[in-house]
Each structure stands twice: as structure tokens, then as C-alpha cells.
Design a protein. Structure first.
Length: 401
């Protein structure tokens, strides 16, 4: 029996998933410590109950997902609207350098994923899903590309693989950062710098800079978002008609980058980062809840073996890369070691995981202001853009198909 659920009913269930996920994430220490997103927690519970209903009573649901794609595009448009070149320049050369290092890591993750799934006689796109799509991109990115790959290339079980890989990555990213940095600190006898750092590499903030969230600012931000989404949708349609297969969010994201930087350099209007963050958080949360509602967990079992093997190799690759490459390129200092530990966090999970890694390390060894400026700037504002470009590059390679 198929139960039809209206748009409002679908939205209500998505909200319930978010509320349940919120309370469980804060009540269960393991979920809280590992920064597992609320939509994932609530969504997994719902998908397991739905699987039980399907198995025992032959009951399934048909949801109205009309809002799913617009919400996904809105989230990535907020990523573009937050990517100010002035912010990148203000962060100094260390931010640019770390962005370059993190981008190389994206390429390494995709090479490992694609080569391993091809050796297992699986579709190469699964390699991207078990590469930077989920590990550096997180659950939202994973759900987005899962939707793209399942609709265009008819891949089965890709959403389940994406959600499982992203969840494993979050947990493992929080486990490996500490050991990597601890070994670097002991081996090189590293100590935090003494006194105040006056380096030009540090980001400075204006204490008088106010970013108040008001209904007017929220509506102005929404106007910019919808404008970029609408224009991007039109351009995307033209590119698809010309035979170019690209994700629906990529053009709105790039347009948003252009808009926010034009406004920045004109000096006539300042985009509210707080409002952008709120719209991004809301759209991503509801989109993820809707994606989790459609999980078919029983399709995951046949792919579990290769997935776990690939995740294991990816963990080793991230640890080696952060130990030998990130640490050396970032200067072989105490700050570089803390940055390496943070890189372990968001190369396998997300920026909150990176920050949690660094907080645990500095509480034991001493402060690292530079690391707490460099890693969040790259993880929160810029890595999603370079990740989208790297994934698109891999999708354009002939040996992927």
C-alpha cells in the first residue's frame, strides 16, 4: 500500500525529523561530540521505521518533493553569496595557501574513490560519492549529487551510500585529527608562539562592524538569493540544452559569487553574512530532512563491503596527506600542526569537526589563533566552491563513463 503525502504533509514530516534530530543530537553524547547533523539523526530514525513498515506491512510513502530541489539550490547559492574575495584577501596568504592544499586533497580523494570502484567493477560515479562529494562535501553535498546521479545516470542505492559515507566520515574525522597532530608535536618538539601575533597572516575584525538580522535584511538577502537562483536556472537550462551536464546548483552558486563581490567592491551595499547563514542553514536542514525521508536502507547492504574498504583507504590517505603535505606546506610550525589536525576533520567530515579537533588540541598544548582563523575560513566559505569545480572536472573526464 502506497500512502500519498501532500506538500504540506511532507513539510510537516520534515520539520518533525528536524525536531527529533535536534533533541537526540543534544541528548546523546556520542552524536553531540561527533557533530552528526540533526537532519541525519532524525532522518535515519524515520528511514529505519519506514523500512520496517515496508518489510512487515508492505506500506510505503509517496512524498511531494516539490520544494526539495529549490531548497538544495538555495543552500548552494548561499555558499556563493558568502564567498567574498575581500574576506579571502583579508585572511592573508595562509588562507590562500591552505585553500590550495585542501583543493589538492579533493583531487586525491576522487582519484582514490574512482580507481577503487572501477577495480570493484562499480560505476565510477560511486567513486566520486565515496570521495570528495561526501567526505569533504558533507551530507548536503552528498544528497545533492546522489539526486543528480540517480536521476541522470539511473544509479541505484547512491543516496544510501552517500549518507552512510558522510556519516562515517564525520565520526572518523573526529578520531584521526588528534593522533596526527600529537605525533607532529612530539616529533618536532613544537610549542605555541609566545605573545601576541602581529603577523599580516591574521584576520582582523572591526569591533564596530554590526551584522544585525532584521526582517528587512532577511528579505533583501532572499531577494538576492532568488534572483541568482532564477538567473542561474535559465542559464543552466541553456547549457543542458547544449549538451553540457552540470549540477543545477553550480550556475546559481557562481552567479552569487559574482554578485556578492560586485556589491563588495562597489561599496554601495553589504551582504549580511548572518542572514545568508540563516537562509543557508534553514534550506540545507529542510533539504536534508527531505532527502533522508526517501532513503531505502535495504539497498545499502550489497554495497557495504566495497564502501567500508574505500572509506578505510580514504582515512589512511587523509592522515598521510595531512601529516606529510599539509603540515609541511603550512610552515612546519605549531600552528601548522594544529591546522593539519583541523584538516583531518573537514577532509573527512565538516568544519565543526575540524574546529572540535583543534579545540581539543589547543586545550592541551596551547593557543593557535592562526589555525582558528585559517581553517574555518576555508572550510566555511571556500572549499565548497572548489569542490564543486573539482567534481565537475572529474565528471567531464572520458574515462569516468
Amino acid at each position: 500500500m502506497v500512502i500519498e503525502v501532500s506538500l504540506l504533509g511532507t513539510l510537516l514530516i520534515a520539520m518533525l525529523i528536524l525536531i527529533v534530530g535536534y533533541y537526540l543530537s543534544h541528548a546523546i553524547p556520542f552524536l553531540n561530540c561527533n557533530s552528526i547533523p540533526e537532519p541525519v539523526v532524525g532522518g535515519l530514525i524515520f528511514s529505519l521505521l519506514a523500512a520496517l513498515g515496508y518489510t512487515l506491512f508492505d506500506i510505503s510513502f509517496s512524498f511531494d518533493m516539490s520544494l526539495k530541489n529549490p531548497l538544495m539550490v538555495m543552500f548552494f547559492t548561499t555558499v556563493g553569496l558568502a564567498a567574498s574575495v575581500k574576506l579571502l584577501i583579508k585572511g592573508g596568504p595562509k588562507v590562500v595557501l591552505f585553500l590550495a592544499v585542501a583543493t589538492v586533497m579533493l583531487i586525491v580523494q576522487n582519484l582514490i574513490g574512482v580507481l577503487m570502484v572501477k577495480s570493484a567493477d562499480m560505476h565510477p560515479l560511486f567513486g566520486l560519492v565515496m570521495g570528495s562529494v561526501t567526505l569533504s562535501g558533507g551530507h548536503g553535498n552528498g544528497a545533492t549529487y546522489a539526486d543528480l546521479f540517480s536521476n541522470i545516470y539511473n544509479l541505484q542505492g547512491v543516496l544510501e551510500i552517500a549518507m552512510a559515507t558522510a556519516t562515517f566520515g564525520l565520526v572518523l574525522g573526529g578520531l584521526i585529527g588528534g593522533p596526527v597532530t600529537e605525533r607532529l608535536i612530539r616529533k618536532h618538539n613544537l610549542k605555541p608562539s609566545q605573545g601576541k601575533d602581529h603577523s599580516d597572516n591574521m584576520v582582523t575584525y572591526d569591533v564596530d562592524d554590526k551584522d544585525t538580522v532584521t526582517p528587512r535584511r532577511m528579505m533583501e538577502t532572499l531577494f538576492l538569493l532568488v534572483g541568482c537562483m532564477l538567473a542561474g536556472s535559465g542559464l543552466h537550462g541553456l547549457l543542458v540544452a547544449a549538451g553540457l551536464v552540470i549540477p543545477a546548483f553550480l550556475i546559481p552558486l557562481l552567479l552569487a559569487v559574482l554578485v556578492t563581490n560586485l556589491l563588495d567592491f562597489s561599496g554601495r551595499y553589504r551582504v549580511s553574512t548572518a542572514c545568508v547563514d540563516l537562509w543557508g542553514t534553514m534550506s540545507l536542514s529542510i533539504f536534508l530532512a527531505m532527502a533522508m525521508m526517501s532513503l531505502r536502507v535495504w539497498e545499502l547492504f550489497s554495497l557495504a563491503g566495497p564502501m567500508l574498504l574505500i572509506i578505510g583507504v580514504q582515512v589512511i590517505a587523509v592522515m598521510m596527506f595531512c601529516y606529510f603535505v599539509t603540515f609541511r606546506v603550512m610552515g612546519k610550525t605549531y600552528d601548522a600542526a594544529i591546522i593539519a589536525g583541523g584538516h583531518c576533520g573537514f577532509a573527512m567530515g565538516a568544519t565543526p569537526t575540524a574546529v572540535a579537533n583543534m579545540e581539543a588540541l589547543v586545550s592541551r598544548h596551547g593557543p593557535s589563533p592562526q589555525a582558528f582563523l585559517v581553517v574555518p575560513l576555508v572550510g566555511a566559505f571556500f572549499i565548497d566552491i572548489t569542490n564543486a569545480l573539482v567534481i565537475q572536472l572529474f565528471m567531464g573526464l572520458s574515462w569516468m563513463f
